[in-house]
Design a protein around this ligand. Structure first.
Ligand SMILES: Cc1ncc(COP(=O)(O)O)c(C=O)c1O
Length: 363
């Protein structure tokens, strides 16, 4: 058996992609809001059930530009339990991240701890739907309204996620997605901002194209963050395969859930039945006292058996020198980052590979 990887890209069939590539070669239009770029924006709006989408060359630039478009100032409240790009996007806008602890039931920012972190400098809240589990938007929205704050969701993990039948991408003022190859849905590299009005979309479209408002007018310091035609075509073909891929991931998650429900010392996320998830990640928490191994010992055991797992998210963002926080001030995030391990889950994971993962962990 080959190495079992933690993830594997959703590769659309080459023969389905080839006609798109031939068409691009004929059109000779490779980037700058081309035919397939526009088609992908339309298709994604329909698939995700959102009003407007602006595609980006990656999720990090989508997030940096989303924050820039709202003209924020001062401090932005966020979570330390995330990929470092969340905090970097705040810093790239010359804003100060303020880290608030997470809810151990969801691994998402704990709304009950947000208000004490608000100061007169706070201009926004940047929560993350970690592993695609929706944040408590009702509570966050109420706090934001009370204090006049913007809410930008880092929904990098939340492609297609719904709560009570509604897309979570419509929460907040803006949401960003990542279409990196490791995500459930990918354009190899890529990302998007989901927005509510045409004005927001037009502003984002200008900001990702150097700030051009017209051929002769620039009033904003824009970026080059455009998605090219080849990647848009890849995304269109991948979109035809996404339902099948998520269904496969869901069946793996169900299989793991069953196996771990009787394993002492392993906790899994308790997903509510009102949620439609994308199963991008399968995090487990290891309680050393009950399980008998530390998280890192289990990681080594898996590696020795050719199974690659990831300590995602460890270390916390606040443990990086750049963010120099005191991790003890976010004790839930600290404790979870020390126990978490994301185990293999992807649409190409064979049944015998799933069985081997369980066998090595539980055996
Ligand atoms: C939570 C989170 N935010 C932002 C990003 C950045 O996305 P990208 O890799 O597309 O730049 C990622 C990527 O892994 C992520 O996990």
């Amino acid at each position: 058996m080959d190495k079992i990887t933690v993830t594997s890209p959703l590769l659309p069939p080459l023969d389905e992609l080839t006609p798109y590539l031939e068409d691009i070669w004929q059109r000779k239009w490779l980037t700058n809001s081309g035919h397939y770029h526009q088609q992908l924006e339309d298709e994604l709006c329909k698939y995700l059930d959102v009003p407007y989408i602006s595609l980006f060359s990656n999720g990090t630039l989508a997030l940096i530009t989303a924050l820039q478009s709202l003209e924020l100032t001062g401090e932005v409240i966020t979570t330390p339990y995330t990929f470092v790009a969340t905090a970097h996007a705040i810093k790239w806008n010359n804003l100060t991240p303020v880290f608030v602890d997470i809810d151990p039931a969801t691994f998402n920012i704990d709304p009950a701890k947000i208000e004490v972190a608000i100061t007169e400098k706070t201009s926004a809240i940047l929560p993350v739907h970690v592993y695609g589990t929706p944040c408590n938007d009702a509570a966050i929205d109420a706090i934001a309204k009370k204090h006049g704050l913007k809410v930008i969701y880092d929904a990098a993990h939340a492609f297609g996620v719904k709560e009570c039948g509604q897309s979570v991408l419509n929460y907040g003022d803006l949401s960003i997605l990542s279409f990196h190859a490791t995500k459930a849905y990918s354009t190899i590299e890529g990302g998007a901002v989901v927005c509510k009005t045409l004005e927001q979309k037009q502003r984002l479209d200008q900001l990702k194209n150097f700030g051009f408002e017209s051929e002769t007018q620039i009033s904003m310091c824009g970026m080059n963050a455009k998605l090219n035609e080849l990647q848009a075509a890849f995304g269109l073909v991948a979109l035809n395969k996404i339902d099948e891929s998520i269904a496969k991931r869901k069946s793996i998650a169900n299989y793991y859930d069953k196996a771990f429900s009787t394993t002492a010392g392993i906790k899994t996320l308790d997903n509510h039945s009102s949620l439609e998830l994308n199963y991008s990640y399968y995090p487990i928490l290891i309680d050393q006292a009950e399980f008998g191994l530390t998280r890192d010992e289990l990681l080594e055991k898996l590696q020795a058996n050719n199974i690659l797992a990831r300590r995602y998210f460890y270390p916390l963002v606040t443990q990086f020198e750049l963010y120099k926080g005191d991790a003890s001030s976010t004790p839930n995030a600290k404790s979870i980052s020390e126990q978490v391990l994301c185990i293999p889950i992807h649409n190409a994971l064979a049944e015998e590979e799933q069985m081997k993962v369980i066998e090595v962990i539980c055996g």
